[in-house]
Design a protein around this ligand. Sequence first.
Ligand code: SAH
Ligand code: SF4
Length: 353
Amino acid sequence: MNRKINLLNLTFEELEKFVIENGMKKFYAKEIFTWLHQKFIRNIDEMSNLSLKDRSVLTEKSYIPFLNLTKYLASKIDKTEKFLFQLEDGNSIETVLIKNKERNTLCISSQVGCAVNCDFCATGMGGFTRNLELNEILNQVYTVERRLSKKNERLTNIVYMGMGEPMLNFDNVMNSLEMLSDSRGINISKRKITVSTSGIVPAIEKLMEREINVELAISLHTAINEKRDLLMPINKSYPLEDLHTVLKEYQKKTNRRITFEYLLINNVNVSDGDANALADFVHDFDHMVNIIPYNHVEGKPYERPIEKKIEKFIEILEKKRKLNISVRREKGSDIDGACGQLRRKTLETPKMS
Ligand code: SAH
Ligand code: SF4
């Protein structure tokens, strides 16, 4: 077993403590932090402004972890790239890079599997294995940033919309948000980081107390309790009324726009009644409704609606109910764009259209 300290699991304060405990001057913590979180080095020997002695102490006591890229797929129809990473214990996670003209957005995972078990989701199918450690969250970002920097590109946005429920890995996710937005590190503004949640009400309360002002996205998918109980069992613990109340408080306190994600699933949540229930739920928020036509998952009974139904649904929301809508067209459909799908199918050959 590796008993050395995993350097990417340490917050700045923890790194300072570690540096002092090992006989180095406190201010070296800042140098080391920069090597790790801004220069993304892979090897302690690269810390060229540290003495050889300090480097050898660090090497003896600690190490820089890395993720093992076991599968890489690049879409042929858009610029989406998908990474399957193997962790130290052999588990796998997925990370997706979505490129467009102005933005390089990285969709990262927060857990191996997911306990929330939404009925439509590929990630939930395999159950929950474990939370990702801080280093495993950060290294998804750093690994892709290193690749991009070779082409003089940078990541501009981070979304916690990969595998797992970020609000159920609260402490590691909070630390990762602080680290990713740290000006001594990769320095991505909190306005460019979005955490997506199925609606874990007490965790949203805690997020509010911590005043970590990242963007919040709520996976709503239906604004009718009976349907949400079936689609997202978490709704039985935190029903729509409670979610609405906590989000009102959240918005009052943070003054930030809330994004609502709404999957369109044929014969499930695309009727006129569904559109009106959605509008009733979100109309009193400063909101953005992100409409996502469902991506079929093998073994699930759900399909996306035909285009005409999608258009009608959107028209009610936009024209009649005057909501702010964006439609997320499928990305990387030839490389299993929806999160959780690549990991499940990793032994099969991906279908290219
Ligand atoms: N657990 C968090 C974040 C990860 S899921 C959450 O649920 O918000 C990220 C988004 O992908 C969620 O909105 C989820 O509902 C959506 N999603 C899950 N399966 C999907 C599929 N098959 N097609 C399209 N989107 C899907
Ligand atoms: Fe978990 Fe999100 Fe999938 Fe639901 S949609 S099972 S919360 S990853």
